[in-house]
Each structure stands twice: as structure tokens, then as C-alpha cells.
Design a protein around this ligand. Structure first.
Ligand code: PMP
Length: 394
């Protein structure tokens, strides 16, 4: 059996229509398949390869760590240099009070940890999240998700969760003194790139402060420079009480974190109640890769360049079939009339060598989230191919 047959018969499938693209190597913004096929990865493995595939400094850091040790002991027991250095570097990107880092392996796990921390710290049981939010696929993170179709089959989920519409001021009074936390994506990703106003975030912060509710911002997709600031909340001049991150963090390696002030995180060490435990959280190789990723984002000024690149894409992707482009930096959704119009365009673009996608909860829009390292020429080439795919389906 060839790899494609093995994939179909032995790997658990999550859709009836897998893309079935075979990749043998990936570097920068490019992925390479058999027989010389070359693709531009315009979605960064869904918001992961912010510094491009196999960035030499990330690879170097991984190799250096491989020569030292792999796994030693469950998270938080041994002093491991990559974890300690990463925790410091990560807190340095955040407001001063967010100085305590819990390292995990993925976005869903970061959300799980943050929710437990909020309940434990406040002693409250209720959580508020948003309609059409996506926070992960594990039971807890799915419970705070905001799409009923995805949740229905798995009920009963966590109790005490209310979904409010994202960005609508009128619903902020649902946050009360019984609310342990509000969890929200700073920019909604899977909803199809939805942004809220400055006024909304200021009012949200104020309401959380008034009620003693913790504000958890999910920057798993929006963080690590994707929106043109290192963290998307920086656009709104507010700060969360807990931030969750993953995806782009490891430069292609699995790692995530939830970060909170020392005072909040300290509740996890109050015995005899079990705090939070992870065997592999902050794996040394992933931590070394994440540390290198932060350095690359800074040294190469990638975050500062995001806005100009987004504007270039918006300028180039003009076509009567495109109804509009929603974006926050390089987190972009190109809107078409319907999924039926969009699907053949995405398929044709892949044949032409450009990989885009749609969104879990928004099927009429094309996902564009290239590596932040993409150049002007590469943007131009990718957009020309997308326009060709649109034209051929017109
Ligand atoms: N939150 C957001 C905003 C996400 O986009 C994702 C992943 N798409 C997650 C959480 C879950 O992350 P993971 O798949 O690493 O568990």
C-alpha cells in the first residue's frame, strides 16, 4: 500500500473529504510534494508556522537540545533550562503582571488549565464565553466553545457555561459576581475573523474588574505576531488576567501555555487539593523551539511588517466575486457568496499550488494566514494564482 492508502485505511479520519495532499518537505512558505509539486502554504498549517517552516534558528535550537536531553520528569519538577528561559522570554512579551507561565502541549490543554485556574482562584463555578467561539476539542474547551452543532453530540458538557454574542456591549451585564471567568478570543478565528471594538474591550475589562471576574483571552490563533502586534490585545490597550497561547508558539513544535500573575497561579500549589499536572507539558525540545521562535519574531522585525503585508494582499485580491475581506493583520477572511462558490476556487488554487482553507464556523470565506516571513514577491505570486483560480471558476 502507498502512503495515501495507508492514510485512508489506518489513520482516524475527521472528514469525508480529506485534502489528501502529500508533503515530503517544507521550508519557509513552501511545501513540496512528490514529483516536484510545490505549494505556497498560505495558512501556515493553520496559524502555526508564523516564522515559516523549518526556520534555521528554530531547527538549530531543536538540534542543540536534542544533543542534551529529551524528557526528564513531569512538568515542574526538574529545573530545565529551555523551560525556565522560555517562561522568562514569554513573560517579557506580556504586561508586567503576567509573569507566571504554565507550559502545556496544545491550545486545548492551555484552555483547560486556564479554566481550572479561574475556578480555583475565584471559588466560583460559572464561565461566560462567546457565540461561535472555538477554544479546542477536549471536553472542557469544547464546553466553552460557541457552536451548538459541534457540541450537541457530546452533551452533557461542563455545566455553568453561558455563551454571549462576541462584541455586543448589551450582553456584558451577563457577567456577575458569580462569574469565575470570561473566556474570549481577542480576534475570533474559526468564526471567520471577527473583531470587536475598542469600546467593547474597555467595557469588558471594566465589567470584569467590577465583578471580580477573571478575563481569559485566547490568543492561540491571534498571538505570536499574527495580527501585527505580538499579542492581539495590545491593539485594544487592555490586558487579560490570564492569557492562553499555543499554535505559532513552537515554530512548528507542539507547545502551549497559560500565563497569569504569580498571585493567581499560586493557588495550584496549595495542597492537598490537586493543582494541575502534565507529563510532557513544555517538552524541552518544544521549549527550545519556542524560545527561538520568540527571538526570530523580534530579530527579524516580523511583527512590525504584518500590517503592510496585509494591506498588499487586500490591494491585490480585488475581484467582482470577492465580497469583502475581514482581517486583523495577517489573520484574514476573504468573503465569497457561498461555500458552493468558494469550494471550487480553493480546490483549483491547490491545483495551481496555493493552499488556502475555509473556517470551521464560516464556510463562505477563504482563510488566509501566511507565514509572517512571506515576502512582497511571494504575496504577489500567491495572489496572482488565487485570482486565476477565481477567474477560471467565474
Ligand atoms: N483556541 C483557538 C482560538 C484556536 O484557534 C484553536 C485551534 N484551532 C484552539 C484553541 C485549540 O488548539 P489545539 O488544536 O492546539 O488544541
Amino acid at each position: 500500500m502507498n502512503n495515501r492508502q495507508l492514510f485512508l485505511s489506518h489513520l482516524a479520519q475527521t472528514t469525508d473529504f480529506p485534502l489528501l495532499i502529500e508533503i515530503e518537505k517544507a521550508e519557509g512558505i513552501y511545501m513540496y510534494g512528490p514529483e516536484g509539486r510545490k505549494y505556497i502554504d498560505l495558512i501556515s498549517g493553520i496559524g502555526v508556522s508564523n516564522v515559516g517552516h523549518r526556520h534555521p534558528k528554530v531547527i538549530g535550537a531543536i538540534q542543540e537540545q536534542l544533543d542534551k536531553y529529551l524528557h526528564l520528569m513531569v512538568y515542574g519538577e526538574y529545573v530545565q533550562s529551555p523551560q525556565a528561559q522560555l517562561a522568562k522570554a514569554l513573560s517579557d512579551t506580556l504586561p508586567e503582571q503576567l509573569d507566571n507561565v504554565y507550559l502545556v502541549n496544545s491550545g486545548s490543554e492551555a484552555v483547560e488549565g486556564a479554566l481550572k485556574l479561574a475556578k480555583r482562584y475565584t471559588g466560583r463555578r460559572e464561565i461566560i464565553s462567546c457565540v461561535n467561539a472555538y477554544h479546542g476539542s477536549s471536553h472542557g474547551s469544547l464546553s466553552v466553545g460557541g457552536n451548538e452543532i459541534f457540541k450537541r453530540a457530546y452533551r452533557p458538557l461542563l455545566p455553568g457555561i453561558t455563551n454571549i454574542p462576541f462584541g455586543e456591549l448589551d450582553f456584558l451585564d451577563s457577567i456577575t459576581k458569580d462569574t469565575a471567568a470570561v473566556i474570549m478570543e481577542t480576534v475570533q478565528g474559526e468564526a471567520g475573523i471577527r473583531v470587536a471594538t475598542q469600546e467593547y474591550f474597555s467595557a469588558l475589562r471594566k465589567r470584569c474588574d467590577e465583578t471580580g471576574t477573571l478575563l481569559i483571552l485566547d490568543e492561540i490563533q491571534a498571538g505570536f505576531g499574527r495580527t501585527g502586534k505580538f499579542w492581539a490585545f495590545e491593539h485594544y490597550g487592555i490586558a487579560p488576567d490570564i492569557i492562553v497561547c499555543a499554535k505559532g508558539m513552537g515554530g512548528g513544535m507542539p507547545i502551549g501555555a497559560f500565563v497569569a500573575p504569580q498571585e493567581i497561579m499560586a493557588v495550584f500549589k496549595n495542597n492537598p487539593l490537586l493543582g494541575h499536572i502534565s507529563t510532557f507539558g513544555g517538552h524541552p525540545v518544544s521549549s527550545a523551539a519556542a524560545l527561538a521562535t520568540i527571538k526570530v519574531l523580534k530579530e527579524e522585525n516580523l511583527v512590525e511588517a504584518v500590517e503592510a503585508k496585509a494591506e498588499q494582499i487586500k490591494g491585490l485580491l480585488q475581484h467582482p466575486k470577492i465580497k469583502g475581506i475581514r482581517n486583523k493583520g495577517l489573520m484574514m477572511a476573504v468573503e465569497f457568496e457561498s461555500f458552493e462558490v468558494l469550494k471550487p476556487i480553493i480546490d483549483r488554487a491547490i491545483e495551481l499550488g496555493v493552499i488556502t482553507d475555509w473556517f470551521l464556523f464560516c464556510e463562505d470565506s477563504m482563510r488566509i494566514a501566511p507565514p509572517l516571513t512571506i515576502t512582497e514577491e511571494e504575496i504577489s505570486a500567491a495572489c496572482t494564482l488565487i485570482l486565476q483560480a477565481i477567474e477560471e471558476n467565474a
